[in-house]
Write a new protein. Structure first.
Lengths: 212, 212
DNA sequence: ATTTAAAAATAACAATGTTAAGTTAACGAC
DNA sequence: GTCGTTAACTTAACATTGTTATTTTTAAAT
């Protein structure tokens, strides 16, 4: 029963209702639980109606994840005004790991699964906007630490430093998310692995060990 | 037309034929291309016959990947008799990265996708057999380097060292495999990133920079 | 020759993403 | 006020998937 003529605000509301329903399934049961029919049922529509709001399932999922990518950027934002560049840097990493491990399904979706190549022009995320783009935040944090003379003098490319740190931290998070319960590996406690990784990065990249 | 009574060697041959067909699809078109029907067609059987040889699709895929996990272990084995512990260590890492990046689909399957928790008792891979178990190889390589006094004296747990290095290298491989074409990131050249990662690990973990 | 059971195929089911074809009802035009 | 028009939505339907149930074929065993 279509009460017809929806203002564009109402349409937007339906869109986000769909996204919320999808997110609910997504977070608690993983991406395989997100079927068009299940999402539709939760939102009180028929499955085919979702196609009035999203081109296909991939676009729906992308929209959900994009929205939460922005949440990541906002979670990290709180660390950006720590005045000491080194502390800012460390807190940034800390928050990143925490986001990854408390939102494993989102993290998986962002960085651990194949996607059609992402076209920044089509994304809902504004590239280089530090409010939304966590990668540009990382570049910023590393660059300012670099200007502060924190890194070894042989390291001359902040982007390369950033990509190396990101890879290392990502590896930690990714293995934890996917293989934490793997009986094959006799994992050391997570906290120990985090600390070991942080120390490795610091000793490996920085001029001298910081105050402690 | 079933010519009946297959010797167990013949049955094994069919099994590996199925696995080879699956691998072919898997390698060149990714895991989504591996449908039971497609595999069956390649091997000249009907789809349902595959269930005579594998319990379900997951088990088939697992068998394929397990076989190639053993190949990884054998590729790494060649580095195990390098006499200098440090060189052995470095070559081991080099070969690991090379395997990951030349077999991205296998690597994805091994370490980048969700699995039902792996029970070592049911695996075709023999845990702790250095011929088959790459993880135990890693532990061995790190432990011997540790005994050789290569690492900083504050590092007292070879398993923790190994897990940290693995995570770092894995992060490098995983990001390359999934996000290499992502226009969002202005990636530095792969070689530069590999070298930066290796250097970070070495300066971060080792007592002193090696001969050069 | 008849029976038996292994080896395979065909038919069929349920779930999924998606498209095509209706259905309902609010609005504008006369 | 009646009558299209069309937005908003639903129901049917299709193709593809993994998988099971049922049936067929055929080499061997008796």
């Amino acid at each position: 029963m279509p009460p017809k003529v929806k203002t564009s605000a109402e349409k937007q509301a339906v869109r986000t209702a769909i996204m919320d329903a999808a997110r609910e399934l997504f977070i608690h049961q993983g991406v395989e639980a997100v079927t068009m029919r299940a999402v539709a049922q939760r939102v009180g529509y028929s499955a085919t109606s979702l196609y009035l709001y999203f081109g296909d399932k991939e676009q729906l999922l992308r929209a959900v994840v994009d929205a939460d990518v922005i949440k990541l950027a906002q979670a990290l934002k709180s660390t950006l005004n720590i005045s000491d560049p080194l502390q800012r840097f460390l807190q940034f990493g800390q928050h990143y790991v925490q986001f990854a491990l408390t939102n494993p399904n989102h993290y998986r979706m962002m960085f651990m699964t194949q996607h059609p190549p992402c076209d920044p022009a089509l994304s809902s995320i504004e590239q280089n906007n530090p409010e939304q783009d966590a990668y540009s935040q990382l570049i910023g944090v590393v660059t300012s630490a670099w200007h502060a003379g924190v890194f070894k003098p042989t390291l001359t490319d902040p982007a390369l430093i950033a990509q190396t740190i990101w890879a290392a931290i990502h590896g930690l998070c990714a293995l934890q998310i996917n293989l934490a319960d793997d009986a094959w590996i006799n994992w050391r406690p997570l906290e120990a692995r985090v600390q070991a990784m942080v120390e490795m990065c610091m000793y490996g990249l920085m001029k001298e060990t910081p105050h402690e």
